[in-house]
Each structure stands twice: as structure tokens, then as C-alpha cells.
Design a protein around this ligand. Structure first.
Ligand code: TNX
Length: 519
């Protein structure tokens, strides 16, 4: 018996006016993160039952795959066997309907309109990416236990109304450092799932550093056989074969997440220097490095072999990368002379472009001649950001003081660092990328990214503890209109995600500033 039938039966029998369980009837009161652009409620309920199906308009394989993704999320916990098929006309009562033939300019690439009536859940988007983002909204509108991996009791109800939603920034990312400590393909996939749940669309993988080289480069095999063989504190390290890396890229693409590969150069390069003596100015290979100092290693900017090396690495990487970006690093190159650094970055930019990609560099790269389609990643210095904009290029905002999730939450946090300060959940949320650097505006900013450096982070649980719940806030900053954001309102919504974190087995930090509502 459904709740409503039950209520009716009781009403008739004994005059009790409501069912014990509280059905969701006000769509505007749901705790969605990121907060949608607009929500209107119609005070009814849609119930998903075992009789439901997911219909798609047309035959598109991409749309079908989004439907399949939703079915795979909902089937384990509901115990339903939701199937995906092409609709013949408007689907009947009780179904979900995905339409990707919208032509609504306001919705753009990733926006969607979700119309829920008592009869139908209909999602319209211009592109499959928009449908995919809407699937996250549907997950968040259903009870927390929808995330469970075993069958849970229903009912599975959604409040009725309309959500129109689209992102403020087209680039909403997270960075995972797999060089200081290595993380497996399965761990990276879980990480992708977690960021996709909050509608993020970029995963930047920091694939090389002094302590390890993590991606197979067939033309320079020692990079991984030797350079990948260790990590901070001397563990065994590891690396992704090109096949494994392609698998990560495909997994991300299926979730409309772009992978950005970073090879950090000309500094942070000891693992490569240890693997190939000829890359060193003195021709001698240093030992592998397992400490946590920065700024002591450099490629030899005046040797031709350096550019042969970079060309080979970026050629192989570009062949593995469907996305538009290759990240050359460029941070903290303290062992490179300034003129050599500028020479190197200019040449690296040409090489990346010759392979058909856009270069991203950490902010120091703005000292070179930045081309307009190059992107600079701000982490500390407004002067570099201004130099970028003056050259007509765009910025990714990753201010260390508010987005570096390797920073401790407060003085009691066991893990992490504190050089950029403590970052409590409120400080992580209370800033605006468009106004953070004076003299910059939203038009100069491609989006935001929160990096997780892993000198002190060694397991998936530790990743989750540092990243959650701060990541939910970054996702909202990137997606939701700045004018509608307030910490006091957000923290209540965030507190209601405790049940979801639990159902998703996310090991999060229970900040005392958030009113957690544990199930
Ligand atoms: C700075 S900021 C780094 C990383 C470290 C991190 C530790 C930047 C681009 N580089 O090499 O891992 O600090 O917090």
C-alpha cells in the first residue's frame, strides 16, 4: 500500500489525518547541493515504484547511457529493475523521461530543467551532460538510503515542481596528487564518483613530482619502472599503464568529467631526473627522493634533449587525452634561473599547442609569454593573475588559503599541513572567485579548482576526511549564483547531507560549525 492509500484507509477508519512518514511535498525545501538556480513547488508527490521505467527521447547512445547510469544508481537500493528504453510518444504515469533535444540557450552545455508532476519525472537538457547533472539532482531528492548498496524499504517519493538549473562557471574541478602518494585506479574512480555527485566536471591528476612518476610513457620507459617505484616516506609507489589511464579517462567521460593530466615541469621533476641522467645539466642522475621538500630539482632548459623529452611525453599524453587541456605544472621552480624558466615555459607552450591542446600552468607560468588560449592556475599571487589577464588569458581560481584541502581544518586536525592557514568548512565556503583577487572579474575566470596534495595523505579514508565536506562547498561556489549564497543557509543544507555521506560510506570531518543531522 502506498502512503497515500494508507493515509486514506486510516482516515476512513479512524479519522487520523496523516501517515507517520513525512512525504516530501515541498520541492523548495529540499537540501540540494549545489543549490539550484530556481525551484518552484506544486505541493504534490511523485512515487517511483517497481512498475517504473526510464524512457529516453530518440535513440541516442549517449542519452541511453545517462539513463543506464541512473538505473544503476537506483536499482540496488530500491530493488527495482528499472530498464532504459526509447519512448514511443510521451511515457505514461509513473515513469522517468529524459530528453536531450532542448534548445534553451539559458541552460547551456550542462543545464537542465526537471519537471516533476504526480505522473512523470521529465528532464530536458540541450546535451547529455545536462541530463547527467540532473541525475545527481534526482539522487539528492530521493531519500538518503537510495545510495545504499543493498535493498532498502520504500517508498521512493519526490516532491513535485520544477527545477531550472545551470552552472555559474564552466570549469568546476578538483585536483588529486597521485605523485606524493600513489592511489589505485579503483580509488581514482571512487573519487570521480564523489566529485560527480556534486556536479563537478574536472579531475586534474597531478601525475608526476619529485617523489614519483605515475603515467606510463612508452618512449621513456624508465620514468615509471624506476621513477614510479617509490613515494613519500619510501612506499612502493606505483603507476598507471596507458591502458589503465584510458580506463580512468573513459570512466570520467561517462560521468561528463574531463581529466586534466599534469606533468609538473621544469621543477618538481626529480623522479624523471633520477630515471634519465641525460635530462640533468651535469649528465648525472640524482637518487630517487622520498622527502617532502619542494623547489630543488629542474629540467635543463638549455639542452635540446629536454624538449625532445617534453615533446614525447606530451605527444603520448595528448593521444590519451580527449579533453582540451594539458597541464605543464610550472610551480615552485626555485632551482631554475628566471630566464631559463621563461624560455622553458614558452617552448613547452608551443609543444602543447603543436599537439592540439591548450596549456594550463600554475601561476608562475604567467611570467612567460602567455598565449590567449593558455590558462593560468592562481594559487597565491595576485600579480601573476593580473599578468595573465593583461595577456588576454583566463584563470582557474585555486587560492591556497581557501581551496587547498591538504590544509588542516583547525589546530586539532591530525592530518595535513598548515602553511596556508587552517581552512574550516565555513572559510572554504565564504569566498567568491570573481572578487577574490582585486582587479579581476568573473569574465577573467574560467572556474575553480580545489587541489588535494598528498604529502601527508596516504589512504582513501584520509582523502575523504580532508576533502569532505569542503568539496561540497567548492561545488556550490562553482555552480550556484553568487548572489544566492549564504553560509548560514548553506550549513543547514550541508548538515542534512550527513545521511548521504553515511549511505555512501564517506569518511567526512564532522565540523562543529555545521548542524549535522545524522539519521
Ligand atoms: C605547494 S601550490 C605546492 C605543492 C605542495 C603543496 C603542499 C603549488 C602549485 N605547489 O607542490 O604539494 O604546496 O600544500
Amino acid at each position: 500500500m502506498t502512503c497515500r492509500n494508507f493515509t486514506f484507509a486510516i482516515l476512513v477508519a479512524v479519522g487520523v489525518t496523516s501517515c507517520k512518514r513525512h512525504a516530501p511535498t515541498d520541492l523548495t525545501r529540499e537540501n540540494l547541493i549545489p543549490k539550484p538556480v530556481s525551484v518552484t513547488a506544486t505541493a504534490g508527490v511523485f512515487e517511483l515504484t517497481n512498475a517504473a521505467a526510464i524512457y529516453i527521447e530518440g535513440e541516442s547512445a549517449d542519452v541511453k547511457q545517462v539513463g543506464q547510469y541512473l538505473a544503476e544508481r537506483l536499482n540496488p537500493s530500491t530493488g527495482f529493475g528499472l530498464k532504459v528504453s526509447s519512448a514511443k510518444g510521451i511515457p505514461g504515469k509513473g515513469n522517468i523521461y529524459l530528453v536531450a533535444s532542448g534548445t534553451d540557450p539559458q541552460l547551456g552545455e550542462e543545464g537542465y530543467e526537471l519537471v516533476i508532476t504526480g505522473d512523470l519525472v521529465k528532464v530536458t537538457a540541450n546535451h547529455p551532460a545536462g541530463l547527467f547533472r540532473a541525475m545527481q539532482t534526482i539522487r539528492q531528492l530521493l531519500p538518503d538510503k537510495v545510495e545504499a548498496s543493498t535493498v532498502q524499504p520504500g517508498p521512493w517519493e519526490l516532491a513535485t515542481g520544477t527545477i531550472r538549473d545551470y552552472p555559474s562557471y564552466s570549469f568546476r574541478g578538483s585536483m588529486l596528487d597521485v605523485a606524493r602518494h600513489f592511489f589505485t585506479v579503483e580509488e581514482v574512480k571512487r573519487y570521480i564518483d564523489l566529485i560527480a555527485f556534486y556536479k563537478m566536471n574536472v579531475l586534474h591528476l597531478h601525475l608526476s613530482d619529485d617523489q614519483g612518476w605515475r603515467i606510463e610513457i612508452k618512449s621513456w620507459p624508465n620514468l615509471t619502472t624506476l621513477g614510479g617505484s617509490t613515494q613519500v616516506e619510501g612506499g612502493k609507489g606505483g603507476f598507471y599503464t596507458q591502458e589503465q589511464y584510458k580506463d580512468i579517462v573513459k570512466y570520467a567521460a561517462d560521468r561528463f568529467v574531463t581529466i586534466i593530466p599534469e606533468i609538473d615541469t621544469p621543477g618538481h621533476i626529480n623522479a624523471a631526473l633520477a630515471s634519465y641522467p641525460e635530462l640533468n645539466c651535469n649528465g648525472k642522475a640524482p637518487a630517487l627522493y622520498t622527502g617532502t621538500e619542494v623547489g630543488f630539482s629542474t629540467l635543463c632548459a638549455r639542452k635540446d634533449i629536454t624538449y625532445k623529452f617534453i615533446d614525447d611525453v606530451f605527444r603520448e599524453l595528448s593521444e590519451l587525452t580527449p579533453g582540451p587541456y594539458l597541464h605543464i605544472g610550472g610551480d615552485e621552480s626555485h632551482a631554475t634561473k628566471k630566464e631559463d624558466y621563461i624560455l622553458y615555459v614558452n617552448k613547452a607552450q608551443d609543444i602543447v599547442q603543436a599537439h592540439g591542446k591548450q596549456m594550463i600552468g600554475w601561476e608562475e607560468a604567467a611570467q612567460s609569454k602567455v598565449k590567449p588560449n593558455t590558462i593560468i592556475q592562481f594559487w597565491k599571487h595576485g600579480t601573476y593573475a593580473k599578468a595573465t589577464v593583461a595577456q588576454g588569458a583566463k584563470i582557474i581560481m585555486s587560492p591556497a588559503k581557501v581551496t587547498y584541502v591538504d590544509m588542516k581544518y583547525d589546530s586539532t586536525t591530525q592530518l595535513g599541513q598548515k602553511w596556508a592557514g587552517y581552512i574550516e568548512v565555513d572559510s572554504a565556503y565564504k569566498w567568491d572567485p570573481a572578487t577574490y583577487v582585486e582587479g579581476l572579474g568573473k569574465e577573467n575566470i574560467l572556474g575553480i579548482e580545489s587541489p588535494l596534495w598528498t604529502e601527508k595523505v596516504t589512504t582513501m579514508n584520509e582523502i575523504e576526511y580532508m576533502v569532505f565536506p569542503r568539496m561540497a562547498g567548492y561545488a556550490e561556489i562553482g555552480w550556484s549564483p553568487a548572489a544566492g549564497r549564504s553560509w548560514d543557509e548553506y550549513k543547514v543544507r550541508l548538515g542534512k547531507h550527513a545521511g548521504r555521506f553515511k549511505a555512501m560510506d564517506i569518511d567526512y570531518y564532522k565540523s562543529k560549525f555545521v548542524p549535522w543531522v545524522e539519521p
